[in-house]
Design a protein around this ligand. Structure first.
Ligand code: SF4
Ligand code: SF4
Length: 190
């Protein structure tokens, strides 16, 4: 992989993201480039085929204390929007599917945040691991009642996922508007 290219691309585009800490698949391509996005997709496919994360009940999400985690979901309820740190997190089981590529990806993730910081970006904190309450309190506040209802068995996982995603969509709409305003302000100060 061309690490330097991916790191520079990240530093160039990180301030364009509108819904951090949430990131879409398309934004991943814009952020790190086609090559990294394709490698990540390939690892995801292999992970799914080998059922790696399913078999361990998403232990790392649980250990992070992620507010989106409920064992009943089976898979992250915002898989296609999950934060970058989740997309680059590979436990030792991934050596089977990824080998040395895993190390290269981890380096891209870390070095790109450092590079963006050196270029003046203040968004490094959005790439910290969960819990997400400290960086996205409104988002966590809106989804927590639904996730807790699933965790305690008061709501089935299908409805829980649906309500969580409704809240996430609402967050993205309102958050994107306020981020756009901030972006215009930043640009006018330059
Ligand atoms: S990354 Fe590893 S610990 Fe985390 S869910 Fe997947 S298999 Fe489990
Ligand atoms: S947001 Fe990340 S840590 Fe939380 S459940 Fe999804 S993949 Fe796991």
């Amino acid at each position: 992989m061309d690490q330097e290219k991916a790191i520079n691309k990240f530093a160039e585009h990180v301030d364009d993201l509108l819904n951090l800490p949430l990131v879409t698949d398309l934004e991943m391509k814009e952020l790190y480039g086609e090559e990294v996005a394709t490698v990540l997709e390939k690892i995801n496919r292999l992970t799914w085929e080998k059922q790696l994360c399913l078999q361990c009940d998403s232990l790392c999400c649980q250990e992070y204390g992620c507010e989106f985690y409920a064992p009943q979901f089976g898979q992250c309820p915002i898989f296609d929007l999950r934060p970058t740190v989740c997309r680059f997190h590979f436990c030792e089981k991934f050596q089977v599917v990824g080998g040395s590529t895993i190390k290269e990806l981890s380096e891209i993730f870390l070095y790109s945040i450092h590079a963006a910081g050196r270029c003046g970006s203040t968004r490094g904190r959005f790439f910290d691991p969960p819990p997400l309450g400290k960086i996205a309190p409104q988002l966590v506040e809106s989804i927590s009642p639904w996730v807790n209802a699933v965790r305690t068995g008061r709501l089935n996982h299908r409805d829980g996922r649906k309500y969580v995603r409704e809240q996430v969509t609402q967050y993205c709409t309102t958050h994107a508007c306020s981020e756009e305003i901030e972006k215009v302000k930043r640009q006018s100060r330059r």
